[in-house]
Design a protein around this ligand. Sequence first.
Ligand SMILES: [Zn+2]
Length: 117
Amino acid sequence: MTAKKVDPDRVYRVAIKILKGLFYYNEGELIPEDKPITFDIISPDQKLPEIFMAALGVKPILGDFKACFAYRYGQFPEAHNMWLWTFWLWESLTLTFAFHDLNCECEECKPSCPPIS
Ligand SMILES: [Zn+2]
């Protein structure tokens, strides 16, 4: 197997677009442009973080061509309505995403600009 280096910023920009598209496709809502989203790339030799294992283990694996791209997601009321998503690329590389509920008004999720009054 050959190892390839990935540019995390570049992967993030593409992955976020896919996430937002899939979120709209599955949930019918738009993720706000400025929504803070925690993103990570898990290489094949790393374990998926425990929270993703525990929370998503019972969720169905989605995707039409799972050998190339599959995903799993869920929202978890016991964790402040956190959304957790994972993408599997070529059954090896895993991308993880975590973000608060779209209506969350915590300090982290507040828009960075104050509203015009
Ligand atoms: Zn929040």
